[in-house]
Structures are given as structure tokens and as C-alpha cells.
Design a protein around this ligand. Structure first.
Ligand code: SAH
Ligand code: 2HI
Length: 358
């Protein structure tokens, strides 16, 4: 094709090339972020109390001199991507210093908003190696997840076999769950008046502990697989119960399902919702199910947010045969499970809280 005659066609080609290359090399930005989390760059700057020069940063991270320039190159991309800002002192000859941004403040360890475990867990080889098997996966006529196709076993079995893997996963979920504190503050009405609550597939209980802090009178139960909750001890109004949510769920006024239904396909999600309905049945019309998950708004004009939600959808598909659901899909699932009504409340930017009534 000859593009020389037509300027706009040429421009279109160049834009298309950049668009494509950008998507190819997106993984480099992700991996540079993972390196920042592993190195503890945010901690170093935070502990320093003021912006840090490259030399100070390299010395604080105890890097070999041969790695100082490598750190500089990583910082350049990370700064461009909004994770650090460069600041220059008053003096002309003063070295450039790096400061944190709201995004890199989420990598400060020990803070309730620290997401480092999510970054390193989601980008760990255990989570991403499977992507090299997509071709094999598409060409096999077996019903299995990409993870199973690549590793020969399902993700839950893979986790349950090794306590380090399981902890890495739970730590990532805990990090995400701690962020729920803010959403809880803004949505207290959802929990007011409840006497009991069961956090189904609640992991190590991060969300339940936040609810218990805010509402000490609610009798809270964290329900998860025996190998997850078996060794955990609670207190009078916070207890841990091991079991299988596909068999039955302990009774309570409310069932909480945070980041659970997206792990399962419609058939299994329906089973969980039906068991949840059974668990709240003693309350008649006053019981409720509280779902916290992504709800994709097909009409949203926030391109970046929808991209993130669709990326999560592929993560759930490839790891678990799960899915992120659109509003229409939630509507169908909730009604198929026999509930009469529901209310979707957006929380924390990209997730929603869905109150579901019998
Ligand atoms: N709700 C938690 C954890 C979500 S991860 C949070 O948001 O942090 C999904 C959880 O489902 C894991 O903790 C896993 O152990 C649990 N799970 C998987 N299969 C289960 C089953 N059959 N019964 C109960 N819990 C299960
Ligand atoms: C750590 C974190 C994640 C992971 C694996 C890990 O898988 C995630 O954050 C993602 C995904 O990338 C995830 C999120 C929610 C969920 C399952 C997986 O229910 O070791």
C-alpha cells in the first residue's frame, strides 16, 4: 500500500502502530511496578521523610553500584506512569529527588492501604505462567481453565498443596479487603440492624474484622475451607467455621460474598446464591445477601475503568472459569436464584456492593 500520497492514511498507520506496540509492551510497565514493590522503593522514600535522590535511594535499598543506573531507568518509566514525581531543590546544582504519589503510597508497607501483596501476587509466575499456553488451550477440545491446561490441576488444588502459595494468595486478598474500610464507613446503613452475619468464603476474615470493629454487637462468622480457617481463633462475636459453601452455609441474618461469585461460572454461582438464600431463610423477608464484586456498566464512558474490569474478567476466566458480570448478567443471576429485588451501590471505584433481598 502507498501511504505517501495521503497524509491522513499515514497518520492513521502510525497511530495504529503505536496503539499496538503500547499494548504489546504494557507488560513492561506492570513488571516495573512489581519490581518497585519488591525493592521497597516506596518504603524507602516514606521512611526518609522527604524526596530522595537516586544516590540516597540506591544506598537505602543497598543496591550494588552497578545497579544504580538500572534503578534510574526503572524510575524513569515509573515516574512517567505516575508512580513517582521528580522534585528539584532550590539550588541550581541540586540533584533531582523522587517523591511518592497517591498511587505509590499504596505500596507503603504496614499501612492499612498497602497493596504490595496484591501487586506481587497477581504478577507472580504462579499467576501469569499459564498465559504461555493460550494457543494449546484454544486448540484443545477439553473443558478446562487455562490454568489447568498449563499446570495440569485446578488453581484451588494448586494453592491448597503448598502453604506458601496459599498464604501469598490470602495476603493479596487481605490487602484488597483492607481497602473495604472506607466503603464500610460510607455504607454503614447496609449493616445496621443486623444481629448476625456470615462472611462466606471470607478467607482469613479481613472484611469481617472490619465489620466487627464497626459493629461489635453483630455475631460474625467467617466461613471458608477448613485449610484456610482451621487454625484461626476469634472471640465471642467473631468466629471461624470451616466447610464447603456448595454443601451448606451456616444460618445468619445476612450473608456476605466478597470477591467470591466472580470466581465461579453461572451454574456454581447459582448454587452459592441458593445456599445463601437458605442460610437467611429464618429471617423471612428481613434477611439479605450482600455481594461485593465488579459490576460492568456497559454504558460507562470511563474507558480505563471498563478496560480494568474486562481484564479482571479474563483473569477470572483463565484461572477459575469465573467471570465479571455486567448489570444485565447480575440481574439474571439474582432472579434465577429466586430473590425478589436488589440494589447496586458503586464502591471503591471499580467494585460494587449489591444488596439482595429474598
Ligand atoms: N472473601 C475474601 C476471599 C476471596 S478469595 C476476600 O475478599 O478477601 C475466595 C475464597 O474462596 C478463598 O478464601 C477460598 O479458600 C474460598 N473457597 C473456595 N472454595 C470454597 C468452598 N467450596 N467453600 C468455602 N470457601 C471456598
Ligand atoms: C494473588 C493475587 C491475585 C491472584 C493470585 C495471587 O489472582 C489477584 O489479585 C487476582 C488474580 O490475579 C484475583 C483476585 C480475586 C480473586 C482471585 C484472584 O478472587 O496469588
Amino acid at each position: 500500500m502507498d501511504f505517501s500520497a495521503n497524509g491522513s492514511e499515514e497518520t492513521e498507520l502510525y497511530h495504529a502502530q503505536i496503539h499496538l506496540y503500547k499494548h504489546v509492551y504494557n507488560f513492561v510497565s506492570a513488571m516495573a511496578l512489581k519490581s518497585a514493590a519488591e525493592l521497597g522503593i516506596a518504603d524507602a522514600i516514606h521512611n526518609h521523610g522527604k524526596p530522595m535522590t537516586l544516590t540516597e535511594l540506591a544506598s537505602s535499598l543497598k543496591l550494588h553500584p552497578s545497579k544504580v543506573n538500572i534503578l534510574y531507568r526503572f524510575l524513569s518509566l515509573l515516574t512517567h506512569n505516575g508512580f513517582f514525581v521528580k522534585s528539584k531543590g532550590e539550588e541550581e546544582e541540586e540533584e533531582i529527588a523522587y517523591a511518592l504519589t497517591p498511587s505509590s503510597k499504596l505500596l507503603i508497607s504496614g499501612k492499612s492501604t498497602c497493596l504490595s501483596a496484591l501487586v506481587t501476587g497477581a504478577l507472580h509466575p504462579n499467576s501469569i505462567d499459564m498465559w504461555s499456553s493460550t494457543e494449546k488451550w484454544f486448540n484443545e477440545d477439553k473443558e478446562q481453565t487455562l490454568f489447568e491446561c498449563a499446570k495440569g490441576e485446578n488453581y484451588w488444588d494448586f494453592l491448597n498443596k503448598d502453604s506458601d502459595r496459599l498464604s501469598m494468595f490470602q495476603d493479596a486478598m487481605t490487602a484488597d479487603s483492607r481497602m473495604f474500610k472506607l466503603a464500610l464507613k460510607e455504607n454503614k446503613h447496609v449493616f445496621e440492624g443486623l444481629e448476625s452475619l456470615v462472611d462466606v468464603a471470607g478467607g482469613t476474615g479481613t472484611v469481617t474484622k472490619l465489620i466487627h470493629e464497626a459493629f461489635p454487637n453483630i455475631k460474625c462468622t467467617v466461613f471458608d475451607q477448613p485449610q484456610v480457617v482451621g487454625n484461626l481463633t476469634g472471640n465471642e462475636n467473631l468466629n471461624f467455621v470451616g466447610g464447603d459453601m456448595f454443601k451448606s452455609i451456616p444460618p445468619a441474618d445476612a450473608v456476605l460474598l466478597k470477591w467470591v461469585l466472580h470466581d465461579w461460572n453461572d451454574e456454581l454461582s447459582l448454587k452459592i446464591l441458593k445456599n445463601s438464600k437458605e442460610a437467611i431463610s429464618h429471617k423471612g423477608k428481613d434477611g439479605k445477601v450482600i455481594i461485593i464484586d465488579i459490576s460492568i456498566d456497559e454504558t460507562s464512558d470511563d474507558h480505563g475503568l471498563t478496560e480494568l474490569q474486562l481484564e479482571y474478567d479474563l483473569v477470572m476466566l483463565t484461572m477459575f472459569h469465573g467471570k465479571e458480570r455486567t448489570k444485565t448478567e447480575w440481574d439474571k443471576l439474582i432472579h434465577d436464584a429466586g430473590f425478589s429485588s436488589y440494589k447496586i451501590i458503586p464502591i471503591s471505584g471499580f467494585k460494587s456492593l449489591i444488596e439482595v433481598y429474598p
